[in-house]
Design a protein around this ligand. Structure first.
Ligand code: GDP
Ligand code: PGA
Ligand code: MN
Ligand code: MN
Length: 610
């Protein structure tokens, strides 16, 4: 063995997995941490980690009578969201990354990042986190191991994934796993004090789809550092799904039970900060309907033997947008958080040791804002970053569906695609068939949000809400979706129906036309009625849209003019959309499935354009 191998903890490995041992040693020798810790996922480990973070000033413990075992974290003001500009798909062939991803050759990226990682954990602890995405009881459990020098990441991964000793044991000595390397890129020199939120101005979030590896450097923010989430469960898993005939999607999963007791499972893909967590935890406003939560961000979908598409949530926690979350909008999230065991990042701290954010009722007189400054209701800036987050165990969700841990998943009846659009897109429309639904998904558009670094409010195409997460060529991804539509053994009639929703259309003065949140249950009811063949609809150029009388609006206090405006299909607005769709499709050249061009032609014809 090479000389500098005397890193404390390195030899205390609670595993004999040769590939894992060799990799951990190799990374330790490159990054030269002060010690190596093999995470067991125990309560004692959590307490040790969080109290060390509190002592170091990296976390503040909240008042345990209000928020048991919960903590407040503030990031560096520059490290607040996913960095799409710095995210790379390093496929061997550049063409396999496609026009929607940044690309660098794997060897070149590895060389560049190896130099960044050299000594990058100096003065820090390197944690080894064995984790499993999805139930450990799965036929083929989806293992990963993250190496990180961030204790914040360890604490967050304990909430967000199934991790620790039980995973290592299940891995035995042979199991395949996704190696996921993370460093904040901020070595501590001798005599130097640490900062509360270490990070590096240079950031790379790199994926090697062929070898199923993840290398992340420079950011501590969740989407860039909790590598089981976006990096593994979406970017790497989407490439696995392409190769193996399944789908890894940016989707919530919910269980909907009608007053008659009929159950439907619904998945929904909306871009980041466009309503997945809220819909997944929805409290219906219409009597007798019940929603239970299965997942709020990611769905892995495979065909079952019966030809239906089954969805599993690979995660174990909720990493939700804080602002706007309130007893009125999302009471089930508030209940989940009230049980404690949560980490809040970049929200505001109250003087009595609780948290607050915009949208949570009227503000207290004084707060400490997300930058650590005094804040009063007269302050000009927001108290919480618009992408501030809560990180909380899904098992605390009071409406968690018991099937959440079933490795077989749940059979999906309907897929909703949705975006955030002020205009054009009606509240809901049903696709004519699978290919039309794939067209709706492939042309999905949304205004950008604070979930990614960059300008907010700009309309962009975000296919299937996966623009930042497709781990390969988007044209091939569309082709994969079309192929999935053939079903198993020609059982295409068992596929989910596809719907396109928009909770965010605005009227005069910029106000939302549709009240959203719990009232979205009215749209879910219509979806079920369409599935069951009882719901009415008007055939429009963009699909089947309910007229106001097709929706259950009983007890809803919204002017009829607003409902009509929310449902309107304006041919003029849609005609303005066409050149943008053409431009978007042109990007994909030969890779764009011809059937999608045919869908565009058919839409043009229905809009009287040729
Ligand atoms: P996710 O990132 O896709 O999970 O989105 P969230 O469910 O966290 O919601 C993001 C933001 O949109 C939050 O500020 C929510 O309060 C807001 N939001 C969610 N659902 C609705 C809705 O139906 N109507 C409106 N107007 N806002 C919503
Ligand atoms: P979100 O998840 O979809 O809940 O915003 C985080 C993200 O996509 O960055
Ligand atoms: Mn997401
Ligand atoms: Mn969410």
């Amino acid at each position: 063995m090479t000389a500098p191998a005397v890193i404390p903890g390195l030899e205390q490995a609670p595993t004999k997995h040769p590939k894992l041992l060799a990799w951990v040693r190799q990374v330790a020798e490159l990054t030269t941490p002060q010690q190596v810790v093999w995470c067991d996922g125990s309560q004692a480990e959590w307490e040790q980690l969080t109290s060390a973070l509190v002592d170091a000033g990296a976390l503040v413990q909240l008042d345990p009578t209000k928020r048991p075992n919960s903590f407040w974290a503030r990031t560096d003001p520059s490290d607040v969201a996913r960095v799409e500009e710095r995210t790379y798909i390093c496929s061997v062939d550049e063409a396999d990354a496609g026009p929607t991803n940044n690309w660098m050759a794997p060897a070149e990226m590895k060389q560049l990042m190896t130099e960044l990682y050299r000594g990058s954990m100096r003065g820090r602890t390197m944690y080894v986190i064995p984790f499993c995405m999805g139930p450990l009881t799965a036929q083929n459990p989806m293992f990963g191991v993250e190496l990180t020098d961030s204790p914040y990441v360890v604490a967050s991964m304990r909430i967000m994934t199934r991790m620790g000793t039980k995973v290592l044991e299940a891995m035995g000595t042979e199991a395949e796993f996704v190696p996921a390397l993370h460093s904040v890129g901020a070595p501590i020199e001798a005599g130097q004090a640490d900062v509360a939120w270490p990070c590096n101005q240079t950031k790379y979030i790199s994926h090697f789809p062929e070898t199923r590896e993840i290398w992340s450097f420079g950011s501590g923010y969740g989407g860039n550092s909790l590598l089981g989430k976006k990096c593994y469960s979406l970017r790497i898993a989407s490439a696995m799904g392409r190769d193996e005939g399944w789908l890894a999607e940016h989707m919530l999963i919910l269980k909907l039970t009608s007053p008659e007791g009929k159950v439907h499972y619904i998945a929904g893909a909306f871009p980041s900060a466009c309503g997945k967590t809220n819909l997944a935890m929805l409290e219906p406003t219409i009597p007798g309907w019940k929603v239970e939560t299965l997942g709020d961000d990611i769905a892995w979908m495979r065909f079952g033997e019966d030809g239906r598409l089954y969805a599993v949530n690979p995660e174990y926690g909720l990493f939700g947008v804080a602002p706007g979350t309130d007893w009125k909008t999302n009471p089930n999230a508030m209940r989940t958080l009230a049980s404690g065991n949560s980490v809040f990042t970049n929200v505001a701290l109250t003087d009595d040791g609780d948290i607050w954010w915009e949208g949570m009722g009227s503000p207290p007189e004084h707060l400490t804002d997300w930058k650590g400054r005094d804040w009063t209701s007269g302050s000009e800036e927001l108290s919480s970053h618009p992408n501030s987050r809560f990180c909380t165990p899904i098992t605390q969700c009071p409406i968690l569906a018991p099937e959440y841990d079933d490795p077989r998943g749940v059979p999906i009846s309907a897929i909703l695609f949705g975006g955030r659009r002020k205009t054009t897109i009606p509240l809901v429309s049903q696709a004519r068939d699978w290919v039309h639904g794939v067209f709706q998904g492939a042309t999905l558009s949304s205004e950008t949000t604070a979930a990614a670094v960059g300008q907010v409010g700009v309309v962009r195409r975000d296919p299937m809400a996966m623009l930042p997460f497709i781990g390969y060529h988007a044209g091939d991804y569309f082709r994969h979706w079309i192929a999935m539509g053939k079903g198993v053994d020609g059982n295409a009639d068992k596929l989910p129906q596809i719907f396109y929703v928009n909770w965010f259309r605005r009227g005069e003065g910029g106000k939302f036309l549709w009240p959203g949140f719990g009232e979205n249950s009215r749209v879910l009811k219509w979806v079920v009625e369409r599935l069951e063949g009882t719901g009415g609809a008007i055939e429009t150029p963009v699909g089947f849209v309910p007229s106001p009388s097709d929706l259950d609006l009983s007890g809803l206090d919204v002017p009829m003019a607003d409902i009509e405006a929310a449902l309107e299909v304006s041919e003029e607005e849609w005609r303005a959309e066409l050149p943008q769709i053409t431009e978007w499709f042109t990007k994909f050249g030969d890779k764009l499935p011809g059937v999608l061009w045919a869908e565009l032609d058919a839409l043009k014809a229905r809009l009287g354009v040729n």
